[in-house]
Design a binder for this molecule. Structure first.
Ligand code: ATP
Length: 225
């Protein structure tokens, strides 16, 4: 009868969609399986903040350095940076770009923490994430340009008691900062520098210098070009 035929077709649809979802879950995130086989990744949290105006290959390079070292990586696009003028590109675009660019990495989450906190000092951010990830050590990830001025950060002494720093080299910045508290726990990344900045891209847009998903997003929303 028509009714039973419809029922059979419906069952087929359910089975097909179910299978599709199943295979999608297994195959679409290969890094999940790889990471499950790598118990050596320390149960540590990296906080990587920035304007991401736009997210570019230099940022992706930084995240590549973090993946084997941290089980949790939180990327924080800034809404109210205390040390510089706010970005002209609205937060929701910068947030979306970071989400697209990092979707492939299961260890990475993108946080909108910064939208609720004005101004957002790293010290407050670290306290917030200590409460979210109790007992897990926190490392702030910075480029060597930020390392050169790290001693000027809000309550740097207290910050150094609560968090470590992972410094990623940029161009020719110095690798020492004599003004930091002696207790500061700094790890210098030994990867070679990846010379690229968002300032350059805003001045002279080149879609090949950002991940393809970011380039597509920018094109769809008429950003930078
Ligand atoms: P801008 O040119 O607008 O200052 P940026 O390219 O420096 O932007 P940000 O969003 O300010 O990018 O960077 C966020 C963090 O990433 C900062 O700590 C910065 O030092 C670091 N970073 C950015 N680009 C690189 C790169 N090419 N290599 C290493 N670290 C980088």
């Amino acid at each position: 009868s028509k009714a039973s035929l419809r029922f059979v077709l419906y069952l087929q649809l359910v089975v097909t969609l179910g299978f599709k979802n199943h295979t999608k879950n297994i195959f679409s995130r290969p890094q999940t399986r790889v990471r499950a086989l790598m118990p050596g990744i320390p149960d540590a949290l990296a906080l990587f903040g920035g304007q991401f105006d736009p997210f570019h290959w230099g940022h992706a390079h930084v995240i590549q350095q973090l993946l084997p070292r941290f089980r949790h990586i939180v990327v924080l696009p800034s809404a109210h940076p205390p040390h510089r003028a706010a970005s002209e590109t609205p937060f929701h675009h910068r947030f979306a770009m970071v989400q697209h660019a990092t979707a492939q990495w299961s260890a990475v989450t993108v946080s909108d923490y910064d939208t609720q906190h004005t101004p957002s000092f790293a010290l407050h951010t670290v306290r917030h994430f200590h409460a979210q990830y109790p007992g897990i050590p926190i490392t702030l990830v910075i480029g060597s340009d930020q390392y050169a001025v790290l001693h000027t950060w809000h309550h740097i002494d207290t910050l150094c008691d609560l968090a470590q720093f992972f410094v990623v080299p940029r161009d020719t910045q110095p690798r020492t900062n004599p003004h930091l508290p002696a207790a500061a726990h700094i790890t210098h990344c030994t990867a070679p520098p990846y010379p690229l900045s968002a300032t350059e891209l805003r001045a002279d847009w080149q879609a090949t210098l950002v991940p393809p998903s970011v380039a597509d997003y920018c094109q769809a929303h008429g950003l930078y070009a």
